[in-house]
Design a protein around this ligand. Structure first.
Ligand SMILES: Cc1cc2nc3c(=O)[nH]c(=O)nc-3n(C[C@H](O)[C@H](O)[C@H](O)COP(=O)(O)O)c2cc1C
Length: 261
């Protein structure tokens, strides 16, 4: 059996968690499939196990992540479904990801929620900064050990029940406004923001990076990857959300996992 990761992860926290879980399994390491920037057509097979990670956006999966997953086929591969959230709420995202994997012919044998630094974090309103951290990575390895135990035991592996409701809560419907802007004094035109933007919302012009609000998914990957700290969150609604989250979701949440009894 070979273990793979597959993720939609604009700010890389989900990619990190998925890799940690995959690497702690005692089996051959397969590739990593990154669907953040583009869909991939990937048929897996019954001898594969795939750790699949997506972020929580407004208690749901990002619509773009679901779209990018469309051409992935499990063909009976085992899946570990992971959603990563910014220490606030998971909503129905884990149930949605588990259902999505089943719809795509994966056999979901384990599922979990992990915590990643919130995309909206700022110096003023720090949110889950630095997560996943060493404790989360240790938790991820513990989770892998439990998965491995199940895989090694004879008998069939059932799909666990996970928290969430059907129909899922309404998806976020953000107005078509760019979340981020840039400081022309600090911008070196390096183009990394354009490279890391998952939705093609950023294009480099002579005057600097231009952001198309109709394509921006508010992921803030451009802010986090800008080496000169030129990219900033400019949308007041996001700054207000960060302030509200800072006031209400300070208590450290722990990863939670779900395996069938
Ligand atoms: C548009 C948007 C909505 C979000 N909604 C939630 C949420 O409902 N609950 C939460 O705890 N975190 C929320 N987050 C934070 C992300 O889930 C978190 O930062 C996650 O680690 C991002 O994953 P990635 O690094 O793999 O992209 C949201 C982030 C964005 C950009």
């Amino acid at each position: 059996m070979k273990a793979y990761t597959l993720f939609f992860s604009p700010t890389q926290t989900g990619a990190t968690v998925a890799g940690t879980i995959r690497n702690a399994l005692r089996m051959d390491v397969g590739g990593s499939f990154d669907i953040t920037k583009a869909a991939i057509e990937k048929p897996f097979g019954a001898d594969d196990i795939v750790v699949i990670a997506m972020p929580v956006y407004g208690g749901r999966l990002p619509a773009l992540a679901v779209e990018r997953f469309q051409a992935v086929r499990g063909n009976g591969a085992k899946a570990v479904a992971i959603v990563v959230y910014g220490n606030a709420k998971v909503g129905d995202a884990l149930l949605e990801l588990t259902d999505l994997c089943v719809d795509h012919e994966f056999q979901v044998i384990a599922a979990a929620t992990f915590i990643g630094e919130h995309s909206f974090t700022t110096n003023e309103f720090p949110l889950a900064v630095g997560r996943p951290d060493a404790t989360d990575r240790k938790n991820a390895a513990d989770f892998s050990a439990l998965i491995q135990e199940r895989l090694d035991a004879p008998g069939s592996l059932a799909t666990p029940s996970v928290p969430g409701n059907r129909p899922y809560k309404d998806a976020m419907n953000p107005p078509p406004l760019a979340a981020t802007g840039f400081d022309p004094e600090l911008c070196t035109r390096c183009g990394l923001c354009e490279t890391f933007c998952p939705s093609g919302a950023i294009t480099m012009a002579e005057t600097g990076p231009q952001t198309d609000g109709t394509k921006c998914i508010w992921c803030c990957a451009c802010v986090k990857t800008c080496p000169g700290h030129a990219r900033k969150i400019v949308l007041p609604k996001i700054r207000e959300t960060a302030e509200r989250l800072y006031a209400n979701f300070q208590e450290r949440q722990k990863p939670q996992w779900f395996l069938a009894e």
